[in-house]
Design a protein around this ligand. Structure first.
Ligand code: PLP
Length: 394
């Protein structure tokens, strides 16, 4: 173990309560709605659907369960193929395995770091040629940045393959004015503790297909048939969100816009302070999109800076600052050792993983906290670089 400083710990992304959560929790207690289902759940679903602009929403116990329900509703089963972004958290793809289906991973492109339309096109063309189109494509919006939706959706529509939009990290981000999560047949959000708003644990499935959402509700409640006795004709799950947690979600949703602004400000400060240093590049924001900047992420060019991200991570750890490498692409994971993979041209996600680092980005980080991170990064980068005029670096 590295010796930790006695300085206050700065987290990558910690929960940020608004103070109004207790009001909804209290209501739940006073009415004794301590159950999965209840008035907070109904209200939270309506509020999310209205925020996103979809016809409906189903509150569930996690983002992962929302993806699982979406794939189930799309009829994904044993032996089917599902395409999925490679550069993402494992939760995007685990539900493919739950269904006994086979994931096929698609690389990122450099402009958004999200699914490459070229690689997707190639993969679908080959699949179509071989007579096995995937049952679904899971498109992830990484760290708040929405993927190239116009291009990706038009390719998927051309092949008639439905899309599940994994917007777990991008709640509050927009693409041409439209909320993330609303592009595919289904979208999912996560309210895990580290996400931009949280219920401590929870998720949401959104769609314009009311009937499909009703089916999701049914499956998420142990697929209980409409009968007095307990009757079941289908396999179900226990995936509903608790009424107490939904109360936390309602209060959190009220401050979502503020949280987006706060995270964008965190990004802006990092960008101003660090981007002038040669060999450093921040995650881009596509034109006509607004990222919630869930995590500020930057790339370090090893040749130009003489620094590997492991060096920077350990320097930050010594200062009691939590930072992380970019997600390890799923096509590089032992779990998916045998899965097929379509790179962009070069392997973009592999190189983002090799050189990318996520910085503390919580909306509750104060200016001093952030200056500690910035000063640490600047001192490490300056310490390793030669031939740079340091007075140029703010
Ligand atoms: C967090 C996350 C999920 C899963 O959400 P949980 O609520 O933790 O189950 C899925 N996909 C991505 C990209 C995530 O970051």
């Amino acid at each position: 173990m590295e010796s930790k400083s006695n300085k206050k710990r700065i987290f990558l992304s910690s929960p940020h309560m608004s103070g109004k959560e207790q009001k909804y929790i209290k209501e739940a207690f006073e009415t004794n709605w301590i159950a999965p289902l209840g008035p907070n759940v109904d209200a939270f679903e309506k509020e999310i659907a209205s925020f996103a602009g979809t016809k409906g929403a189903v509150a569930v116990s996690s983002g992962t369960s929302a993806i699982h329900l979406a794939l189930t509703l799309l009829g994904v089963k044993k032996g089917d193929k599902v395409f999925c972004s490679s550069l993402t958290f494992v939760a995007s793809a685990n539900p493919i395995l739950y269904q006994g289906a086979e994931p096929v991973f698609i690389d990122s492109e450099p402009d958004s770091w999200n699914m490459s339309p070229q690689a997707l096109e190639r993969a679908l063309k080959e699949a179509s040629f071989n007579g096995y189109l995937p049952k679904a494509v899971v498109i992830v919006n990484l760290y708040g940045q929405i993927a190239k939706m116009d291009e990706l959706m038009s390719i998927c529509e051309r092949y008639g393959v439905p899309v599940v939009e994994d917007a777990a990290e991008s709640l509050g981000s927009t693409y041409k004015g439209r909320q993330s999560g609303t592009f595919g047949k289904f979208g999912i959000y996560s309210f895990n503790g580290n996400k931009i708003i949280t219920t401590s644990g929870g998720g949401m499935l959104i769609s314009d297909d009311i009937q499909a959402l009703e089916n999701a509700r049914f499956l998420a409640t142990q697929a209980r048939d409409n009968a007095l006795h307990y009757q079941h004709s289908q396999q179900g799950y226990n995936y509903r969100l608790s009424n107490i947690l939904a109360g936390i979600g309602r209060a959190q949703l009220e401050v979502l816009e503020e949280r987006v602004q706060a995270r964008r400000l965190v990004f802006e400060r990092y960008f101003q302070a660090i981007s002038p240093i040669p060999g450093v590049m921040f995650m881009p924001e596509l034109e006509d999109t607004l990222s919630n900047r869930w995590l500020t992420t930057m790339l370090i060019d090893e040749k130009e800076t003489g620094l590997r991200i492991a060096d920077l991570l350990s320097a930050l750890a010594k200062e009691n600052i939590e930072a992380r490498p970019v997600w390890k692409p799923l096509h590089m994971q032992p779990l998916f050792h045998d899965s097929k993979y379509y790179p962009h041209e070069e392997d973009i996600s592999a190189s983002l993983f090799k050189t990318g680092i996520c910085l503390p980005s919580g909306s509750n980080m104060d200016f001093e906290d952030q200056m500690r991170v910035i000063n640490c990064i600047k001192s490490v980068l300056k310490g390793t670089m030669q031939g740079v005029v340091y007075s140029d670096i703010p």
